[in-house]
Design a protein around this ligand. Structure first.
Ligand SMILES: C[S@@+](CC[C@H](N)C(=O)[O-])C[C@H]1O[C@@H](n2cnc3c(N)ncnc32)[C@H](O)[C@@H]1O
Length: 284
């Protein structure tokens, strides 16, 4: 596994190689359980053929890479690309343990990586393509690696207001700390592709055709006691940064408030938080 070079997405590389990446590694099983339905919806929309050559963009800890490899079978090949070294290490370890030797992991920036030209049948991602500083250049680069008959399919988040996994912890945090600077629409981050017109423009300018966006709604389930769920919810999404940056006193008040909020929604076994995604497809 080669090391990621530094480049245009250095801020994201620092973020995903730091605490955030480690949190994903530590919480990998729970994250995969929560996010699996989104990946499956994107795979169903894409249609993963036996023997296909697939690129899994921003594959993280590899949950979707493994599932794609099961779907292509050993005559296919799935290349997981990610900028995070700790997450990709976990992905590689899981692929070895599963005996999926037709997977390959490359620790690099998908926006500038020299993909083999016109090779991939499918470029896929579960929430891994919203972090590019220059999304048109990034998708044009990915497009160069795809066969003329190839397809693109990915899951990305709809607007913040439709996603309780963001609004619930954010509302709690903002009762105790000042709001952050508002993000510019389309800025790199989980909600960069919330607006359909922006997605269509980016992909169209990058060379893709026939862009479609389908709504996908899912109740994300957090199993555990009130304390466990409150702790997990506090680590999710943009509010987690507010909580990390808070003073010790503020953090303790936020966590007390989070437990109180979670206890009101807890059904004895856990909590459901609504989440809203787009399943985006396009042709190369
Ligand atoms: C929200 S996580 C999703 C991880 C994984 N797809 C999943 O569903 O579990 C976003 C992933 O995108 C990766 N990423 C962000 N920017 C990237 C880039 N420019 N090139 C490659 N990977 C990138 C991060 O390191 C991280 O693993």
């Amino acid at each position: 596994m080669a090391m990621a070079p530094r480049g245009v997405n250095d801020d994201q590389a620092d973020y995903w190689n730091g605490d955030a990446g480690q949190r994903w590694v530590d919480g990998q099983e729970a994250m995969d359980a929560m996010l699996a339905p989104f990946g499956e919806a994107a795979m169903e929309a894409a249609g993963v053929a036996k023997g296909a050559e697939v690129i899994d963009l921003g594959c993280g800890c590899g949950g979707t890479t493994l599932e794609l490899a099961r779907r292509t079978g050993p005559m296919g090949r799935v290349i997981g690309i990610d900028i995070s070294t700790p997450m990709l290490r976990r992905a590689q370890q899981r692929a070895s343990e599963a005996g999926l030797s037709h997977t390959l992991f490359i620790n690099t920036d998908a926006s500038t990586h020299g993909f083999e030209a016109q090779k991939a049948d499918l470029a896929f991602s579960r929430f891994g393509v919203m972090f590019f500083a220059n999304p048109i250049a990034a998708f044009a680069n990915i497009h160069r690696g795809m066969r003329a008959e190839g397809h693109l399919a990915f899951a990305c988040w709809r607007p913040v207001g439709e996603n309780e996994w963001v609004t619930v912890p954010r509302e709690v945090a903002l009762r105790h700390v000042a709001p952050p600077e508002p993000m510019k629409p389309g800025a790199p981050g989980p909600f960069a592709f919330a607006e359909p017109a922006h997605v269509a423009t980016v992909l169209g300018r990058a060379g893709f055709r026939g862009v479609t966006l389908a709504r996908f709604d899912h109740a994300m389930r957090h199993e555990g006691s009130v304390e466990e769920v409150a702790d997990a919810v506090a680590r999710m999404g943009p509010a987690s940064r507010l909580i990390l940056d808070a003073s010790e006193d503020e953090r303790s008040r936020i966590l007390d408030d989070m437990r109180e909020t979670v206890s009101r929604r807890h059904d004895g076994k856990g909590v459901d938080l609504q989440s809203a995604a787009w399943i985006v497809t396009a042709s190369a």
